[in-house]
Design a protein. Structure first.
Length: 160
């Protein structure tokens, strides 16, 4: 009996997750969108109330066309948006090989030649609020967009 329990203990020890990023994620029940696909909101605030809501900033890389933003951390989740190469994002959460990101909407179109820009309401890009602390871990609720992208296509440019 003892000879059987030693290998089982060894296997149990191998199952331990030592990746600190994995330890910083919380299991959140997923919902479903109208099409029945899984939806998992991006969460912010994992570093506590004294630090930025999102720990890092990244840039879309290793892709020539567009990067799919997904509703959940899965390649089978619904595509909710696309990001161009070079787009900047806040990296807020990591689940497996996926980053939960926050990013501003595309800039407003530039006025056409001869159009009076002062007469049009052309807003600037909003502050997404990811650099300011939040009291507790919570779902990101705007004003910017959020979603999930595979970590193969995001390069860390600031943070950890």
């Amino acid at each position: 009996m003892l000879s059987l329990s030693v290998p089982l203990l060894f296997l149990a020890a191998c199952d331990y997750q030592s990746d600190p990023e994995e330890a910083r994620t919380y299991d959140v029940p997923t919902g479903e969108d109208a099409a029945g696909s899984a939806v998992r909101p991006v969460q912010i605030g994992f570093d506590g109330p004294r630090f930025a809501a999102c720990a890092g900033n990244g840039e879309v890389t290793n892709i020539t066309e567009a990067l799919s933003v997904r509703a959940a951390p899965s390649g089978s989740a619904a595509e909710t948006d696309q990001l161009a190469p070079g787009s900047r994002v806040a990296m807020c959460q990591k689940v497996g090989g996926w980053f939960g990101i926050v990013y501003p909407p595309p800039p407003a179109p530039t006025p056409e030649v001869g159009q009076d820009a002062e007469s049009e309401d052309i807003p600037g890009r909003p502050d997404c609020g990811t650099g300011a602390p939040v009291a507790d871990v919570r779902n990101y609720d705007g004003p910017c967009r959020s979603g999930w992208v595979h970590d193969d296509y995001i390069k860390l440019v600031a943070g950890r």
